[in-house]
Each structure stands twice: as structure tokens, then as C-alpha cells.
Design a protein around this ligand. Structure first.
Ligand code: AVI
Length: 332
């Protein structure tokens, strides 16, 4: 932890640049090459993602918001008042904040890899909700999710060591993990809930399998916001690794791979080109693709089975009338 024990913001690992560079280099040298989707989220990338959620074609955010509006009271019956709400990938913190009036949490712990963005959004949120103790955790939970000692100390100082813990993971971000990795993350989320008092659980948003005529435009919008979001990963990589990617020479490609039930996003080389960085280079053939993201779409019964396998009890889920998206609550 970099901050003092009384601070409301803890950065768990100062970005270990050498490790990040090693990860990026390994991915770029792979065949096919890949860059992990966590590299979308620098300050600009987080804002571009917020812009995506405003697009008419990107239905998940507004569909999930409608489910929260319609069924928030029913959800609140499952999540005890005074729980510690642990928000994974909190970003703008807007979804959790919208639920404060119905869930009435005893504390709010926001976790995000985009440290500067989280720091900004939380300082605003604190002004608006002075009665709720809040802690920001700048960490990459996709590598490992566990509350660090600084967070458990903070909970103890607020007399919340035995409060139920509700992990909040909205937006179908779980879809960005392959099923086996999703299971690992959910097992870790279960351990976080189980460490709190009785009554905790997970409240998680999941995008569902549907017609690709709906799915594909959501990831390839006519304004090109998703294309900019995808290409920004190259600028972020340039900043981290010193690569000389020219974003204009990479085409955004997104499609639904029905066999494995996922949207795939790639960046496709426009012409043959060599990308160089200090200590390395990679040649890309014309049309060669860098795989940047998968976004898995789930059937509710399969997702319930995944939650059970991760250690949670039987889930309840709420959906929109079209059955496009579901919010699950599963007790720890
Ligand atoms: C954050 N995540 C759930 C988004 C998704 O839908 O998979 C990221 C995204 N990628 C392209 N558009 C949005």
C-alpha cells in the first residue's frame, strides 16, 4: 500500500512496469498475437467505454439499468442492509451509486485497475454520500481477487469486520473471461463473500445468448466508438511498451463466434507492417489479426451452474422482458 493507513484510497501494486511489459511482449510474440482486454482501460479507454454505453446499439448497460430499476427492491430483499458492497471494475461508480438508496450498504469498496479514473470518480462520490464509508482499491483483480490487508484493516477500523459482504459485478464484465477463468474469479469472489458475516453473496450482471443481428452491431457501431476503444489499446500499448503502433493502420473487427458463444474483437493489420519497441519487433502480414477481447454470452441455466460450481448457493435472477440480459444474486 502506498497510502497512509487512514487514507481512503489504496493502490495495491504500483504498476510493475517490467511485468506489464513482459506480459505485452509475450502476447505480441504469440501466434496469433493477443493483447489482454485489461489494456483497454487507460484514462481515455475508460471514457471511451463510458461513451460506448451511451450508444443505441450497445444494449447491455441500459438493459441492465432497466432491470435494476424494475427489480432493485426485490434484489434488496436478498442483500442485507448494511452490507459491505465490493464493486469490481467500479469505473465511474455510477451503477453502484444508483443502487445505494435501495441496497443501503454499510460501506462501499470500489475496485478498479484504472487507478487515476477511480480516484477522480470516488472523490466526487464521497461528497455526495458522506454517510457511507468508502474505500478505493487500485488493483488488477483479473490476476487475483482477494481483499488486501489494507482493506481488511480499513473494515476493522469501521467496525465492519463481521458485516456481510456483497460482491457487485455488473455490466457482464464476467463475459470478458473464458469460462474456466470466470470460474476461478467467481471462486475468489465467493471467498471474499464468505469472509464476511452471514447473508452475503454476489450480485452479478450477465449478458445472454441472442441473435447475432443484435449482438454484432453492439460491438461494431456505425459511429466507430467501439473501433476507437479497440484502437486505443494500441496507444496504451505504445505508452507502456514503447511500441510504434499506428492506430490508423489497424481495422476494428468484431463478430459473434456462435460455436463458443462469444463476441470476438480483433485489430486487423491494414497492409504488411513491422511494429518495433525497445528490445523487440514483430512483423504483421496484411490482414493478420491481434486478438483483443472475448465477450462471452451465457444461457441462464449454464451461468447458474457456474455459480454453484464456484461455491455459491442456488441463484435467483431477474431479466428484461426480451430476455437479453440477467442480473443474478447468489448467496455465499
Ligand atoms: C466491459 N465489458 C463487459 C464490455 C463487453 O461488452 O464485453 C467491453 C466492451 N467491449 C466492446 N464493447 C464493450
Amino acid at each position: 500500500p502506498l497510502d497512509t493507513p487512514t487514507a481512503h484510497f489504496v493502490q495495491i501494486h504500483r504498476e510493475d512496469l517490467a511485468a506489464v511489459q513482459a506480459e505485452l511482449t509475450a502476447g505480441l510474440k504469440q501466434t496469433p498475437p493477443r493483447v489482454a482486454p485489461k489494456f483497454f482501460y487507460d484514462a481515455l479507454g475508460s471514457r471511451l467505454f463510458d461513451a460506448i454505453t451511451e450508444l443505441a446499439e450497445y444494449y447491455p448497460t441500459r438493459t441492465e439499468a432497466a432491470i435494476f430499476r424494475e427489480h432493485g427492491a426485490a434484489m434488496a430483499q436478498q442483500v442485507p442492509t448494511g452490507a459491505v458492497l465490493v464493486d469490481l471494475g467500479a469505473g465511474s461508480c455510477a451503477k453502484a451509486a444508483g443502487l445505494f438508496p435501495v441496497l443501503r450498504p454499510g460501506a462501499y469498496v470500489a475496485v478498479d485497475i484504472s487507478v487515476d479514473y477511480l480516484r477522480e470518480t470516488m472523490s466526487e462520490l464521497r461528497q455526495r454520500h458522506r454517510a457511507i464509508p468508502m474505500l478505493g482499491l487500485g488493483m488488477d483483480f483479473s490476476a487475483e481477487l482477494a481483499l488486501p490487508p489494507a482493506a481488511t484493516d480499513w473494515l476493522a477500523r469501521h467496525d465492519l469486520s463481521t458485516a456481510p459482504v456483497c460482491v457487485f459485478y455488473p455490466g457482464s464484465s464476467i463475459g470478458n473471461f473464458a469460462p474456466a477463468e470466470a470460474l476461478t474469479l467467481l471462486r475468489q469472489a465467493h471467498a471474499v463473500c464468505a469472509a464476511g458475516g452471514p447473508g452475503g453473496g454476489i450480485l452479478i450482471g450477465v449478458d445472454r445468448v441472442k441473435d447475432k443481428a443484435i449482438l454484432e452491431p453492439a460491438y461494431d457501431d456505425p459511429l466507430g466508438v467501439t473501433a476507437a476503444f479497440n484502437r486505443n489499446l494500441l496507444l496504451h500499448t505504445n505508452a507502456l511498451l514503447g511500441t510504434d503502433f499506428a492506430p490508423a493502420r489497424w481495422q476494428h473487427v468484431a463478430f459473434f463466434n456462435e460455436a463458443v458463444s462469444r463476441i470476438e474483437m480483433h485489430l486487423q493489420s491494414d497492409g504488411a507492417q513491422t511494429v518495433r519497441w525497445p528490445g523487440g519487433e514483430r512483423h504483421f502480414a496484411d490482414g493478420e489479426r491481434v486478438h483483443t477481447e472475448n465477450s462471452y454470452k451465457w444461457q441462464p441455466a449454464d451461468f447458474d451452474a457456474l455459480l454453484r460450481e464456484a461455491g455459491f448457493g442456488p441463484s435467483t435472477h431477474w431479466s428484461d422482458t426480451r430476455g437479453w440480459f440477467s442480473v443474478f444474486f447468489a448467496p455465499a
